[in-house]
Design a protein around this ligand. Structure first.
Ligand code: NAP
Length: 293
């Protein structure tokens, strides 16, 4: 069994991005600029945001964090998004989710100009992804594809089973895996809460991508010997022995599944670090004018 080290892969990719940015700035060009909007003070969102700002510094990007109180209205937030859409110095921006309940997340996602939508959530980018056109790929699925690529894992003709059909992970990763590309060219089955015989379907899988948010869901008896296991799950489970009071749990019963598979991503340190890396890659692409070519 081989561990897929997302932390190390992400470190290398950020180094490559930083080298490209240095070339840009040495040539007198301005570096990429990522803006981020954070509404409220949710603990999880604060720490994700801090990591994104840190990654920008590592890549040599300019970044700014725009904070609003929990009670900002939807109309005010839409105005702020419009300002960023029109700001020529901002290449890409993100609005950290989840948003307070009085704000319609879909409306916000659609208000972000698709040419600056480096999270890849705008329906235009999702649509372009589905038909194989250039666009910003949703960050976590793109990170998974990069891991398969960097580890030289053969995907052509393989049966990939994706557990979960969310718009940010399950659906886009299924689309990328079925794309006529390498990595890609898989035969994909997507499972969800109404799927019958989920265990049997998993046993047929050469690649399992688990994105359910159910700690330890994928057990050893669901895995074919030699399968590739990508664990996207990150559920905070209370843990009194940790300073934070919790630990992150994946969707895979790691200890037992690891012995049976050929490759596996750990949690933490697998898919997680790659997500931020994809955001950096998208921001660099935005700076280079992905949609202007
Ligand atoms: P989500 O929107 O809650 O979607 C979960 C999906 O799993 C749904 O499609 C649901 O089916 C399915 N599901 C849940 N329980 C199931 C069961 N018992 N049997 C079969 N299907 C089941 O979650 P998400 O946003 O995709 O996130 C999934 C996990 O990935 C979470 O732990 C999240 O924290 C993590 N995540 C990690 C990263 C990262 O960077 N590492 C990024 C994003 C998400 P239905 O559609 O039928 O309800």
């Amino acid at each position: 069994m081989n561990i897929i080290d997302g932390k190390e892969t992400a470190r290398k990719i950020k180094q490559e991005i930083a080298a490209e940015v240095k070339k840009m700035t040495d040539a007198g060009e301005r570096p990429p600029h990522l803006s981020a909007i954070l509404v409220g003070h949710d603990g999880g969102s604060e720490s994700y945001m801090a990591n994104k700002v840190k990654a920008c510094a590592e890549c040599g990007f300019n970044s700014d964090l725009i904070r609003f109180d929990e009670d900002i209205t939807e109309e005010q937030l839409l105005k702020e998004i419009q300002k960023l859409n029109e700001n020529p110095d901002v290449d890409g921006f993100i609005v950290q989710l989840p948003l307070p309940k009085h704000i319609d997340e879909q409306k916000i996602t659609e208000a972000i100009d698709y040419r600056k939508d480096v999270d890849g959530f705008n329906p235009i980018n999702v649509g372009r992804l589905s038909i194989g056109l250039p666009g910003f790929r949703s960050a976590t699925p793109a990170g998974i594809i990069d891991l398969l690529d960097r580890y030289g894992i053969e995907t052509k003709g393989k049966h990939a089973v994706v557990l979960g059909r969310s718009n940010i992970v399950g659906k886009p990763v299924a689309i990328l895996l079925m794309q006529k590309a390498q990595p890609g060219d898989c035969t994909v089955t997507v499972c969800h809460s109404s799927t019958k015989n989920l265990k049997e379907i998993c046993r047929e899988a050469d690649i399992i991508v688990a994105a359910l948010g159910r700690p330890g869901f994928v057990t050893e008896d669901m895995v074919k010997p030699g399968a590739v296991i990508i664990d996207v799950g990150t559920t905070r489970v209370p843990d009194a022995t940790r300073k934070s009071g919790f630990r992150l749990c994946g969707d895979v019963d790691f200890d037992n599944v690891a012995e049976k598979c050929s490759y596996i991503t750990p949690v933490p340190g697998g898919v997680g670090p790659m997500t931020i890396c994809s955001l950096m890659k998208n921001t660099l692409l935005a700076r280079k004018g992905l949609f202007n070519k």
